[in-house]
Write a protein that binds this ligand. Structure first.
Ligand code: 13P
Ligand code: SF4
Length: 299
Protein backbone atom coordinates (compact mmCIF):
# COMPACT_ATOMS: atom_id res chain seq x y z
CA UNK A 1 0.00 0.00 0.00
CA UNK A 2 1.55 3.33 -1.08
CA UNK A 3 1.26 6.55 0.93
CA UNK A 4 -0.40 9.58 -0.69
CA UNK A 5 3.03 11.18 -1.01
CA UNK A 6 4.45 8.14 -2.83
CA UNK A 7 1.43 8.03 -5.15
CA UNK A 8 1.92 11.72 -5.97
CA UNK A 9 5.63 11.25 -6.68
CA UNK A 10 4.99 8.32 -9.04
CA UNK A 11 2.11 10.05 -10.85
CA UNK A 12 4.08 13.28 -11.19
CA UNK A 13 6.84 11.43 -13.04
CA UNK A 14 4.50 9.50 -15.31
CA UNK A 15 2.57 12.68 -16.26
CA UNK A 16 5.67 14.91 -16.41
CA UNK A 17 3.81 17.26 -14.06
CA UNK A 18 4.98 19.99 -11.73
CA UNK A 19 3.19 20.97 -8.50
CA UNK A 20 2.94 24.67 -7.60
CA UNK A 21 1.56 25.82 -4.24
CA UNK A 22 0.72 29.17 -2.68
CA UNK A 23 1.85 29.92 0.89
CA UNK A 24 -1.79 29.85 2.09
CA UNK A 25 -2.56 26.20 1.25
CA UNK A 26 -2.31 23.67 4.11
CA UNK A 27 1.18 22.79 5.41
CA UNK A 28 1.04 19.21 4.11
CA UNK A 29 0.35 20.49 0.57
CA UNK A 30 3.20 23.03 0.74
CA UNK A 31 5.42 20.16 1.88
CA UNK A 32 4.79 18.03 -1.20
CA UNK A 33 4.94 20.87 -3.80
CA UNK A 34 7.87 21.43 -6.18
CA UNK A 35 7.56 25.21 -5.92
CA UNK A 36 5.95 27.24 -3.12
CA UNK A 37 5.69 31.01 -3.27
CA UNK A 38 3.72 34.22 -3.64
CA UNK A 39 1.52 34.98 -6.63
CA UNK A 40 4.26 36.71 -8.67
CA UNK A 41 6.83 33.95 -8.15
CA UNK A 42 4.30 31.25 -9.04
CA UNK A 43 3.24 33.10 -12.21
CA UNK A 44 6.90 33.23 -13.30
CA UNK A 45 7.43 29.53 -12.54
CA UNK A 46 4.23 28.67 -14.44
CA UNK A 47 5.46 30.63 -17.45
CA UNK A 48 8.92 29.02 -17.50
CA UNK A 49 8.25 25.39 -16.61
CA UNK A 50 9.29 22.60 -19.00
CA UNK A 51 6.69 20.22 -17.53
CA UNK A 52 3.72 19.09 -19.67
CA UNK A 53 1.20 19.60 -16.87
CA UNK A 54 0.89 22.05 -13.99
CA UNK A 55 -1.06 21.16 -10.84
CA UNK A 56 -1.79 24.51 -9.21
CA UNK A 57 -2.50 24.23 -5.48
CA UNK A 58 -4.30 27.50 -4.93
CA UNK A 59 -7.51 29.26 -5.89
CA UNK A 60 -9.17 29.45 -9.30
CA UNK A 61 -7.58 32.67 -10.64
CA UNK A 62 -4.12 31.17 -10.07
CA UNK A 63 -4.77 28.15 -12.28
CA UNK A 64 -6.49 30.38 -14.82
CA UNK A 65 -3.48 32.74 -14.96
CA UNK A 66 -1.11 29.76 -15.40
CA UNK A 67 -3.26 28.54 -18.32
CA UNK A 68 -3.35 32.01 -19.92
CA UNK A 69 0.44 32.20 -19.73
CA UNK A 70 0.81 28.63 -21.03
CA UNK A 71 -2.05 27.86 -23.42
CA UNK A 72 -0.26 24.78 -24.78
CA UNK A 73 0.14 23.16 -21.36
CA UNK A 74 -2.45 21.31 -19.29
CA UNK A 75 -3.24 23.09 -16.02
CA UNK A 76 -5.16 21.37 -13.22
CA UNK A 77 -6.79 22.66 -10.03
CA UNK A 78 -7.09 20.09 -7.22
CA UNK A 79 -10.35 21.78 -6.22
CA UNK A 80 -11.88 23.97 -8.96
CA UNK A 81 -14.46 25.25 -6.45
CA UNK A 82 -11.66 26.98 -4.49
CA UNK A 83 -12.26 30.54 -5.61
CA UNK A 84 -11.11 33.96 -4.42
CA UNK A 85 -14.26 36.05 -3.80
CA UNK A 86 -12.35 39.26 -4.47
CA UNK A 87 -11.53 38.08 -8.02
CA UNK A 88 -15.10 39.02 -9.05
CA UNK A 89 -15.37 42.37 -7.25
CA UNK A 90 -15.20 44.83 -10.15
CA UNK A 91 -17.89 45.97 -12.55
CA UNK A 92 -17.22 45.94 -16.28
CA UNK A 93 -19.38 49.02 -16.87
CA UNK A 94 -17.20 51.09 -14.51
CA UNK A 95 -14.16 50.23 -16.65
CA UNK A 96 -15.90 51.29 -19.87
CA UNK A 97 -17.32 54.46 -18.29
CA UNK A 98 -13.99 55.65 -16.88
CA UNK A 99 -12.17 54.84 -20.11
CA UNK A 100 -14.62 57.13 -21.90
CA UNK A 101 -14.36 59.88 -19.26
CA UNK A 102 -10.58 60.00 -18.70
CA UNK A 103 -8.51 59.92 -21.83
CA UNK A 104 -5.32 59.27 -19.92
CA UNK A 105 -6.31 56.15 -17.96
CA UNK A 106 -4.58 52.85 -17.20
CA UNK A 107 -6.69 49.98 -15.87
CA UNK A 108 -4.46 48.13 -13.42
CA UNK A 109 -5.74 44.70 -12.46
CA UNK A 110 -4.59 42.77 -9.41
CA UNK A 111 -3.81 39.18 -10.41
CA UNK A 112 -6.56 38.13 -7.95
CA UNK A 113 -9.18 38.61 -10.68
CA UNK A 114 -11.14 36.68 -13.29
CA UNK A 115 -9.76 36.20 -16.81
CA UNK A 116 -12.59 38.44 -18.03
CA UNK A 117 -11.46 41.37 -15.80
CA UNK A 118 -7.85 40.83 -16.88
CA UNK A 119 -8.91 40.92 -20.54
CA UNK A 120 -10.38 44.43 -20.00
CA UNK A 121 -7.20 45.75 -18.35
CA UNK A 122 -3.94 47.33 -19.45
CA UNK A 123 -1.63 45.60 -17.02
CA UNK A 124 -1.78 43.07 -14.19
CA UNK A 125 0.06 43.38 -10.89
CA UNK A 126 0.64 41.34 -7.76
CA UNK A 127 1.23 42.67 -4.25
CA UNK A 128 4.99 42.32 -4.73
CA UNK A 129 5.27 44.43 -7.90
CA UNK A 130 2.21 46.75 -7.89
CA UNK A 131 4.05 49.91 -6.71
CA UNK A 132 6.91 49.47 -9.19
CA UNK A 133 4.58 48.78 -12.13
CA UNK A 134 2.09 51.58 -11.41
CA UNK A 135 4.91 54.12 -10.99
CA UNK A 136 6.36 53.09 -14.35
CA UNK A 137 3.10 53.66 -16.28
CA UNK A 138 2.88 56.80 -18.44
CA UNK A 139 -0.81 57.41 -17.58
CA UNK A 140 -1.73 59.84 -14.79
CA UNK A 141 -5.12 58.27 -13.99
CA UNK A 142 -5.25 54.76 -12.58
CA UNK A 143 -8.34 52.57 -12.16
CA UNK A 144 -7.15 49.95 -9.70
CA UNK A 145 -9.30 46.77 -9.67
CA UNK A 146 -10.50 44.83 -7.73
CA UNK A 147 -8.72 45.38 -4.36
CA UNK A 148 -9.27 48.85 -2.89
CA UNK A 149 -6.86 48.12 -0.01
CA UNK A 150 -3.91 47.14 -2.20
CA UNK A 151 -4.96 50.06 -4.42
CA UNK A 152 -4.77 52.58 -1.57
CA UNK A 153 -1.40 51.14 -0.51
CA UNK A 154 -0.09 51.73 -4.05
CA UNK A 155 -1.69 55.19 -4.17
CA UNK A 156 0.23 56.24 -1.04
CA UNK A 157 3.48 55.30 -2.81
CA UNK A 158 2.49 57.01 -6.08
CA UNK A 159 1.09 60.45 -5.04
CA UNK A 160 1.75 61.78 -8.56
CA UNK A 161 -1.19 59.68 -9.89
CA UNK A 162 -4.96 59.98 -9.45
CA UNK A 163 -6.59 56.74 -8.34
CA UNK A 164 -10.07 55.29 -8.88
CA UNK A 165 -11.24 52.05 -7.23
CA UNK A 166 -13.82 49.37 -7.83
CA UNK A 167 -14.40 48.80 -4.11
CA UNK A 168 -13.35 45.12 -3.93
CA UNK A 169 -11.63 43.63 -0.91
CA UNK A 170 -10.30 40.34 0.44
CA UNK A 171 -12.70 39.09 3.13
CA UNK A 172 -9.78 37.49 5.00
CA UNK A 173 -7.55 40.56 5.18
CA UNK A 174 -10.16 43.35 5.20
CA UNK A 175 -11.78 42.01 8.40
CA UNK A 176 -8.53 41.83 10.29
CA UNK A 177 -9.07 44.61 12.83
CA UNK A 178 -6.66 47.30 13.97
CA UNK A 179 -7.90 46.64 17.54
CA UNK A 180 -6.75 43.02 17.30
CA UNK A 181 -3.32 44.12 16.10
CA UNK A 182 -3.10 46.71 18.89
CA UNK A 183 -4.00 44.00 21.44
CA UNK A 184 -1.22 41.73 20.12
CA UNK A 185 1.21 44.66 20.27
CA UNK A 186 0.37 45.20 23.94
CA UNK A 187 0.87 41.47 24.62
CA UNK A 188 4.20 41.30 22.72
CA UNK A 189 5.83 44.68 23.13
CA UNK A 190 9.06 43.88 21.26
CA UNK A 191 7.37 42.16 18.31
CA UNK A 192 7.44 43.76 14.85
CA UNK A 193 4.19 43.90 12.86
CA UNK A 194 4.34 42.38 9.34
CA UNK A 195 1.32 43.06 7.18
CA UNK A 196 -0.07 42.15 3.76
CA UNK A 197 -1.24 45.18 1.70
CA UNK A 198 -4.70 43.60 1.32
CA UNK A 199 -5.22 44.74 4.94
CA UNK A 200 -6.92 48.06 5.69
CA UNK A 201 -5.13 51.39 5.94
CA UNK A 202 -5.67 51.35 9.76
CA UNK A 203 -3.87 48.01 10.12
CA UNK A 204 -1.11 49.06 7.73
CA UNK A 205 -0.56 52.20 9.84
CA UNK A 206 0.31 49.99 12.84
CA UNK A 207 2.84 47.98 10.85
CA UNK A 208 6.64 47.92 10.65
CA UNK A 209 6.61 46.27 7.23
CA UNK A 210 3.95 45.93 4.52
CA UNK A 211 4.49 43.52 1.63
CA UNK A 212 3.50 40.35 -0.20
CA UNK A 213 3.65 36.94 1.47
CA UNK A 214 7.16 36.39 0.06
CA UNK A 215 8.14 39.90 1.23
CA UNK A 216 6.90 39.17 4.76
CA UNK A 217 8.85 35.89 4.89
CA UNK A 218 12.04 37.46 3.61
CA UNK A 219 11.71 40.46 5.99
CA UNK A 220 11.32 38.15 9.02
CA UNK A 221 14.27 36.05 7.91
CA UNK A 222 16.62 39.04 7.53
CA UNK A 223 15.44 40.97 10.62
CA UNK A 224 17.34 40.96 13.90
CA UNK A 225 14.01 40.97 15.75
CA UNK A 226 12.92 37.71 17.35
CA UNK A 227 9.14 38.13 17.52
CA UNK A 228 6.62 39.10 14.86
CA UNK A 229 2.89 39.76 14.71
CA UNK A 230 1.79 38.41 11.35
CA UNK A 231 -1.12 40.15 9.62
CA UNK A 232 -1.87 37.82 6.76
CA UNK A 233 -3.38 34.37 6.22
CA UNK A 234 -1.69 32.02 8.73
CA UNK A 235 -0.57 29.54 6.03
CA UNK A 236 2.64 31.64 5.77
CA UNK A 237 3.64 30.38 9.22
CA UNK A 238 4.72 27.04 7.72
CA UNK A 239 7.50 28.72 5.68
CA UNK A 240 8.25 31.30 8.41
CA UNK A 241 8.87 28.58 11.00
CA UNK A 242 10.91 26.52 8.54
CA UNK A 243 13.19 29.43 7.70
CA UNK A 244 13.30 30.98 11.20
CA UNK A 245 12.92 28.10 13.68
CA UNK A 246 14.11 30.18 16.64
CA UNK A 247 11.82 33.18 16.04
CA UNK A 248 8.29 33.56 17.38
CA UNK A 249 5.27 34.38 15.23
CA UNK A 250 1.84 35.53 16.40
CA UNK A 251 -0.79 35.28 13.63
CA UNK A 252 -3.75 37.67 13.74
CA UNK A 253 -5.70 36.75 10.61
CA UNK A 254 -8.49 34.22 10.08
CA UNK A 255 -7.87 31.46 7.50
CA UNK A 256 -8.80 31.57 3.82
CA UNK A 257 -11.32 28.72 3.59
CA UNK A 258 -10.88 28.40 -0.17
CA UNK A 259 -7.11 27.94 0.03
CA UNK A 260 -7.65 25.28 2.71
CA UNK A 261 -9.80 23.17 0.36
CA UNK A 262 -6.62 21.82 -1.23
CA UNK A 263 -5.48 18.54 0.35
CA UNK A 264 -2.77 15.98 -0.55
CA UNK A 265 -5.53 13.46 -1.37
CA UNK A 266 -7.07 15.88 -3.86
CA UNK A 267 -3.66 16.48 -5.44
CA UNK A 268 -3.19 12.70 -5.85
CA UNK A 269 -6.70 12.31 -7.31
CA UNK A 270 -6.10 15.20 -9.73
CA UNK A 271 -2.93 13.56 -11.05
CA UNK A 272 -4.50 10.11 -11.20
CA UNK A 273 -7.80 11.01 -12.90
CA UNK A 274 -6.60 14.17 -14.66
CA UNK A 275 -9.65 15.98 -13.29
CA UNK A 276 -10.10 19.68 -12.54
CA UNK A 277 -8.47 20.80 -15.79
CA UNK A 278 -8.67 24.53 -16.59
CA UNK A 279 -10.21 25.33 -20.00
CA UNK A 280 -10.54 28.87 -21.35
CA UNK A 281 -12.14 30.38 -24.40
CA UNK A 282 -9.30 31.04 -26.89
CA UNK A 283 -10.17 34.66 -27.63
CA UNK A 284 -10.63 35.52 -23.93
CA UNK A 285 -7.31 33.84 -23.09
CA UNK A 286 -5.50 35.83 -25.81
CA UNK A 287 -6.95 39.13 -24.54
CA UNK A 288 -6.05 38.29 -20.91
CA UNK A 289 -2.51 37.27 -21.95
CA UNK A 290 -1.30 40.78 -22.83
CA UNK A 291 -1.75 42.40 -19.35
CA UNK A 292 -0.23 39.35 -17.63
CA UNK A 293 2.75 39.28 -20.01
CA UNK A 294 3.20 43.02 -19.46
CA UNK A 295 3.33 42.40 -15.71
CA UNK A 296 6.07 39.80 -16.14
CA UNK A 297 8.00 42.22 -18.34
CA UNK A 298 7.64 45.27 -16.02
CA UNK A 299 7.65 43.48 -12.67
P1 13P B 1 0.70 37.21 -2.47
O1 13P B 1 1.16 35.81 -2.13
O2 13P B 1 1.08 37.55 -3.85
O3 13P B 1 1.17 38.16 -1.46
O4 13P B 1 -0.90 37.18 -2.50
C1 13P B 1 -1.69 37.02 -1.42
C2 13P B 1 -3.03 36.48 -1.76
O5 13P B 1 -4.02 36.87 -1.22
C3 13P B 1 -3.15 35.47 -2.75
O6 13P B 1 -4.46 35.14 -2.87
FE1 SF4 C 1 -8.67 35.72 -2.08
FE2 SF4 C 1 -8.16 36.72 0.29
FE3 SF4 C 1 -8.20 34.09 0.01
FE4 SF4 C 1 -6.19 35.55 -1.06
S1 SF4 C 1 -6.67 35.28 1.10
S2 SF4 C 1 -7.34 33.92 -2.06
S3 SF4 C 1 -7.28 37.41 -1.65
S4 SF4 C 1 -9.94 35.49 -0.26
Amino acid sequence: MHTTKERIEALKKSRNAVILAHYYVPDEVQELADYVGDSFYLAKVAQQTQADSIVFCGVHFMGESAKILNPEKRVFLPDPSADCPMAHMAAEDQIGKLRAECGDLAVVCYINSTARLKSLSDVCVTSSNAVKIVKSLPQKNILFIPDQNLGSFVAAAAPEKTFYYSGGYCPVHAFLLADDVAREKRAHASALVLTHPECTREVRALSDYVGSTAGIISYAEKSDAEEFIVCTEPGVLYELKKRCPKKKFYPVSIVCGDMKKITPERVAETLEKECGEVFLDGSLARKAYAPLARMLELG
